[in-house]
Design a protein around this ligand. Structure first.
Ligand SMILES: Nc1nc2c(c(=O)[nH]1)N[C@H]1C(S)=C(S)[C@@H](COP(=O)(O)O)O[C@H]1N2
Ligand SMILES: [Mo]
Length: 344
């Protein structure tokens, strides 16, 4: 099957993102615990997802891009088109930053999310060098695999948009976009083309690959939380059932997870162990950047065996997460209810 056929095939699949995650090798390997079970240990400042656990979401198999031949062309509605090679990226000022990447198709509680330390250079000086014309309203971004997505001009002209070539201190792997990808904070992964080869200023609006299949065209990250761990088990899907023996729950049960918003700090995480009737505040860390996930934990002290429904909801300076379980094409902002059984 060639790429065109593959593209066509995926285009016809209603659950395109799911199909892609199979192709992309979204791994569900056994994972170490994210959070320490020792309540005396402080929450870390940063929780980095190791590269071998970082999800991969590609609609086509990763293109092998030859770094010698790689070029990024900034063109379209600009005064002077600019062509960059890999050395131009390395010669420009370098910045390191933490940012959490999440797929818009990540179901509530899903594993299509990861946090990394990225290294790259701001895009803005190159856009200024090209001189974006007044006629431009959007940028169309292209990957070497023909993936395309668009965003308004102002979104890409923010200083925090960068051309990135390292992830967790090592060159991007082929699966994550070697040699260069773009990162546009505040948006789901869909707006972050890997193997980027083209940024075209365009005078008419256009929609990209996933957007043409009904996925949000703004793809902005809503205020949301994910419970990732209940005591000593990792949680990564909504069917997840947790069972704890009395020995394990009597001393208290650690509930822990992450929360993220498009642009503002997470101000609180609330936990309910009675299906949303009462809520308690969880402990959280305070990352410097709103684009890195906030870590939270809560020590639940149940007094009775039984079945419980565990919920976590996040609030940011912008909004509070809704208590619903919606997996829509705008990204799932709904709450995951984790069914937990405490044995007598
Ligand atoms: N060129 C290209 N870029 C792409 C994609 C793709 O298929 N091709 N998938 C996008 C989607 S849907 C997501 S969620 C992120 C995932 O990035 P990751 O695979 O590095 O985790 O890449 C985005 N960038
Ligand atoms: Mo995605």
């Amino acid at each position: 099957m060639n790429r065109r056929e593959l593209l066509k095939l995926l285009g016809q699949t209603s659950g395109g993102l799911i199909a892609a995650s199979v192709l992309g090798g979204c791994q569900a390997k056994s994972m170490d615990l994210l959070f320490s079970l020792d309540p005396a240990e402080a929450l870390p400042d940063h929780l980095i997802t190791p590269l071998d656990e970082f999800y991969v979401q590609s609609y086509a198999l990763p293109s092998q891009v030859n770094v010698e031949k790689w070029r990024l062309k900034i063109g379209g509605e600009v005064n002077t088109p600019v062509t960059l090679n890999f050395q131009d990226i390395l010669n420009a000022p370098q910045e390191e930053f933490y940012l959490t990447m999440e797929c818009i198709g990540n179901p509530a509680g899903g594993n299509l999310i990861g946090n990394a330390k990225w290294t790259g250079t701001p895009l803005l000086p190159f856009l200024k060098q090209a001189g974006v014309k007044k006629s431009a309203i959007e940028f169309a971004m292209k990957g070497a695999d023909w993936y395309e997505t668009t965003l308004p001009v102002a979104e890409l002209m923010r200083p925090e948009v960068r051309l990135v070539h390292q992830m967790n201190g090592t060159p991007l792997t082929a699966a994550h976009g070697y040699p260069v990808r773009i990162i546009i904070p505040g948006h789901f992964g869909q707006k972050q083309p890997k193997w980027i080869v083209g940024i075209d200023a365009i005078a008419k609006t256009k929609t990209g690959f996933w957007e043409n299949q009904g996925w949000s065209n703004t793809a902005e990250i809503p205020t949301h939380s994910l419970m990732r761990q209940v005591h000593d088990s990792r949680v990564w899907n909504k069917q997840h059932q947790v069972k704890l023996t009395r020995d394990n729950w009597e001393k208290g049960v650690l509930l822990a997870g992450v929360a993220l918003d498009r642009s503002t700090a997470i101000t609180s995480i609330q936990i309910s162990t009675d299906d949303g009737v009462t809520w308690q505040a969880a402990e959280q860390n305070r990352p410097e950047s709103p684009h890195e996930w906030t870590l939270w934990r809560y020590l639940w002290k149940p007094t009775q065996a039984g079945k419980y429904s565990l919920l976590a909801r996040a609030s940011s300076e912008r909004q509070q997460q809704a208590i619903e379980d919606k997996n829509s094409k705008d990204g799932s902002s709904g709450i995951l209810k984790i069914q937990t059984t405490l044995d007598a």
